[in-house]
Design a protein around this ligand. Structure first.
Ligand SMILES: Cc1cc2nc3c(=O)[nH]c(=O)nc-3n(C[C@H](O)[C@H](O)[C@H](O)COP(=O)(O)O)c2cc1C
Length: 228
């Protein structure tokens, strides 16, 4: 395949990967989950430590436990104007994938000994990579997915670890909700390349002013609330 064609395919895939927040309850074929995990294992990680583990949750009782823990300890941020039925139907999705970080893998990093704190940025980036690979894999299979962060908020994480049986020192990075799209996301607003790319040298005048940053943040915040 020509490189321009490859680029076109990748750009198309990247644009099609969107956050879906309302799912049909239809089951996902087992082999699709296997394919998502196969792609995930090729993700880059700091010093190739591959600190990830995954728990695929399909059992309705375990899913219900996770949903209850989230509702109680880390309720989702949504547009209050939306009807309850139109919000948070991530709970209808047939599969949740918990992405875990195994901190013991830090022994494979250079410059030992390593603390959890100085490893954290490296592992956050590694886990984000694997997560994105999973989302992209799901997209290629015609599946919808949602990146769910509240699973790592302190109260919810503790409860979910108990429900699922996740031992120390593993932590929950985030949860990927997987299924078939019930409601399509709205058009995405994204910053322009010329607005954010700088070449060779730059100064304060090349970047947005405080007011511009704030104005754009208001726009994206309102957009996100509508999407939620
Ligand atoms: C680190 C990270 C955390 C996120 N957490 C959540 C979340 O908890 N719930 C959610 O619905 N979306 C979450 N998202 C998805 C973003 O809101 C979403 O990617 C962004 O609004 C752009 O929309 P898109 O994914 O449709 O392109 C998260 C994304 C990232 C990268």
């Amino acid at each position: 395949m020509e490189s321009t064609e490859q680029y076109g395919c990748l750009l198309d895939l990247v644009k099609r990967r969107r956050s879906v927040r309302q799912f049909k309850p239809d089951p996902v074929p087992e082999e699709y989950i296997t394919k998502i995990m196969e792609l995930a294992r090729w993700a880059p990680s700091g010093f190739h430590t591959q600190p990830w583990e995954f728990v695929v949750i399909r059992d309705p009782e375990v899913k219900a436990g996770i949903v209850a823990a989230l509702d109680e300890r880390a309720p989702a941020i949504t547009d209050p104007a939306k009807k309850a039925a139109a919000r948070n139907s991530f709970r209808d999705a047939p599969v949740f994938i918990l992405a875990l970080c195994d901190w013991r893998a830090k022994v494979g990093l250079p410059r030992q000994p390593r603390t959890m704190e100085d490893t954290a940025p490296l592992y956050q980036s590694s886990m984000a990579n694997v997560f994105l690979y999973m989302q992209l894999a799901a997209t290629t299979l015609g599946l919808a997915s949602q990146w769910y962060t509240a699973t790592s908020s302190p109260g919810a994480e503790k409860a979910i670890k108990e429900i699922v049986g996740i031992p120390e020192p593993l932590t929950i990075y985030d949860m990927m909700v997987v299924g078939y799209e019930a409601v399509a996301p709205g058009p995405k607003i994204v910053r322009e390349v010329a607005d954010m790319v700088h070449y060779d040298a730059c100064g304060v005048e090349d970047f947005r002013t405080d007011d511009e940053v704030e104005e754009y943040a208001k726009l994206t915040y309102a957009w996100c609330l509508r999407e939620h």
